[in-house]
Design a protein around this ligand. Structure first.
Ligand SMILES: Cc1cc2nc3c(=O)[nH]c(=O)nc-3n(C[C@H](O)[C@H](O)[C@H](O)COP(=O)(O)O)c2cc1C
Length: 180
C-alpha cells in the first residue's frame, strides 16, 4: 500500500510533520510512505496554467499524491484558516480526476484550532475525496516543539495512531479488492 503524507506546515521542526512521521514509523513495513514536501515550490494556482501541460512541479506533486492509495493530511491553522501552501496544493489537485473518491485521513494535532480542521474537511468533501472519518484523529499535542519520538513515547497517542493506520489500511485494501 502506498501512502502519501502532506503537512500544511513548511516549518523545519513542524509538529504536524512530526505527527506524520510518527504515523510512518508506526506503520513499519505495512506501507510505502512518500512525504510530499516543499509545497512552497508549487506556483500559485492559476487556471490559465492548469492545462494539458501544467508546470513541472505540479505534475510531480500530482503524481506523488494521486498514485498513492491513501493520502494522510496534517495541518496547522493560520489565522483561522488553512495555510495558503496547503490550500494552493489542493487547488492544483481538484481538477485531476484521480482525486475523485481518493481515500484520505486527517490527523490533527491541536484541538483548539477547529477552523483549519473543519475547513480541510469541507475542502476535501467538496473535492469528492473520501475522508475515512474513523481513522481521522485529533491528538491534543500541547506544543509545536515536538518530535515523532516524543509522540511515540505517549501510549495514548501511539494507540490512537496505530488504530488509525489499521482502520485506514483495512478500508483501502477492501476498496482495492472490490471489482470496479
Ligand atoms: C501566522 C500564524 C497564524 C496562526 N494562527 C493560528 C490560529 O488562528 N489558530 C490557532 O489555533 N493557531 C494558530 N497559529 C499557531 C499554529 O497553528 C501552531 O503553532 C501549530 O502548532 C504550528 O504547526 P507546526 O508545528 O506544524 O508548524 C498560528 C501560527 C502562525 C505562525
Amino acid at each position: 500500500m502506498k501512502i502519501a503524507t502532506v503537512s500544511g506546515s513548511l516549518r523545519s521542526q513542524s509538529s504536524n510533520a512530526a505527527l506524520l512521521d510518527a504515523y510512518r514509523i508506526l506503520a513499519g513495513d505495512g506501507a510505502d510512505f512518500d512525504r510530499v514536501a516543499n509545497l512552497e515550490l508549487l506556483p500559485h494556482y492559476n487556471p490559465d496554467l492548469d492545462s494539458e501541460t501544467p508546470p513541472e512541479e505540479v505534475t510531480r506533486m500530482r503524481d506523488r499524491v494521486l498514485l498513492a492509495d491513501l493520502v494522510v493530511f496534517s495541518t496547522p491553522e493560520y489565522i483561522h484558516a488553512l495555510p495558503s501552501v496547503l490550500k494552493n496544493c489542493l487547488e492544483w489537485l481538484v481538477s485531476d480526476p484521480r482525486f475523485y473518491q481518493k481515500p484520505t485521513v486527517i490527523l490533527h494535532a491541536n484541538p483548539n484550532s477547529t477552523f483549519a480542521l473543519s475547513s480541510l474537511k469541507e475542502v476535501l468533501t467538496t473535492m469528492s475525496a473520501t475522508i475515512i472519518e474513523d481513522a481521522s484523529v485529533v491528538i491534543s499535542i500541547p506544543s509545536n516543539k515536538i518530535t515523532a519520538a516524543d509522540i511515540l513515547e505517549s501510549p495514548e497517542w501511539r494507540v490512537a495512531l496505530e488504530k488509525s493506520f489499521v482502520i485506514a489500511s483495512e478500508i483501502v485494501l477492501q476498496a482495492r479488492s472490490r471489482p470496479d
